[in-house]
Design a binder for this molecule. Structure first.
Ligand code: HEC
Length: 283
């Protein structure tokens, strides 16, 4: 199991980085169009002939569509003060000046899958605490019941940790009441209980310490026969603007097929669950 996991982690980071490069071109022009863009999947740029989702289908881990803007309230003070340009608006205020490029490899948009900024544990916790209200409001807009309730479920992570496979964002994992008992067994899980739901909330931080809400990732174990390829899991991707990019067997089902493709690579005795790195498991 381990080698498969690490193989996945390394092979998926690269496409994500490429996808981030794509959005570099599109982000600047996209945000306005994105707001009114609903069930078209995650291709905010279709009309302009630029498709960040490419042939591989939408890459949710790098979803330009529905991206949140930066939090006006929450920042990482250390990064914000260390960077002389941080206070200036716009993507790269310093491009012309030597030695000062706050955006670095990360495109200006909040949707760039920023290859995680390094934060201390204290910083991740502080950002999360500050951003929690905004996250709740963002996901609730979707009207999805789990998106509204997941924050009351058992949290399985002891701090926000970086998930390379979900856009290099900081994430927390939750399991619903029905799912917790099984999820707590981790690699010995066998099968998830029918009706159990898992949630992964996310946020990102720029090198300048700016913070934004990321997508919400949901997995719900459905009844046998729901969808063989997905192992009867229903995957749902919700953007910070409340837009649902897709849900297995529902609207935008094909937009979340890539979730299945990756999660199905887990060994059969783990029922498509990857869990989280041991050191981030809540005791
Ligand atoms: C390239 C591989 C990959 C893709 C694509 C992917 N995931 Fe994951 N997912 C993982 C890994 C690895 C973990 C556990 C480690 C972590 O958090 O990074 C995980 C964990 C999760 C969890 C917590 C439950 C668990 O497995 O322990 C949820 C919920 C989740 N993913 C939902 C989604 C959804 C929804 C999508 C599609 C929108 C998606 N994932 C796409 C690899 C992937």
């Amino acid at each position: 199991m381990k080698p498969m996991k690490s193989r996945l982690l390394t092979t998926t980071v690269i496409p994500l980085a490429i996808a981030a490069g794509f959005t570099l071109v599109t982000v600047v022009a996209a945000p306005k169009a994105v707001a009114g863009h609903h069930q078209k999947g995650c291709n905010p740029c279709a009309a302009r002939g630029c498709n960040p989702c490419g042939a591989r289908g939408c890459n949710p881990c790098n979803p330009c569509a529905g991206a949140a803007s930066y939090s006006s309230k929450c920042v990482v003070p250390r990064l914000a003060s260390a960077n002389p340009c941080a206070a200036k608006r716009g993507c790269n205020p310093c491009a012309a000046k030597r030695g000062c490029n706050p955006c670095g490899a990360n495109p200006c948009g909040p949707c760039g899958a920023a290859p995680a900024v390094k934060l201390t544990k204290g910083e991740t916790i502080a950002v999360y605490k500050c951003l929690q209200g905004e996250m709740k409001a963002a996901y609730s807009k979707s009207g999805n019941l789990w998106a509204k309730w997941y924050a009351h479920w058992k949290k399985f992570s002891n701090q926000p940790y970086v998930s390379a496979t979900h856009g290099g964002r900081f994430v927390h994992n939750y399991a619903s009441k029905k799912a917790s008992g099984q999820y707590a067994k981790f690699e010995k899980v066998g099968k998830m209980t029918r009706g159990g739901v898992l949630a992964k909330e996310s946020f990102s931080v720029t090198p300048q310490g700016k913070v934004s809400v990321g997508p919400l990732f949901l997995m719900e174990k459905m009844k046998t026969g729901f969808n063989k390829a997905s192992g009867d899991w229903c995957y749902t991707l919700i953007m910070p603007n409340g837009q649902t990019v897709g849900t297995t067997n529902g609207k935008g089902s094909k937009n979340v097929k890539f979730c299945i493709d990756c999660h199905a690579a887990v060994a059969d005795n783990q029922d498509a669950m990857f869990f989280l790195p041991a050191k981030f498991r809540a005791k």
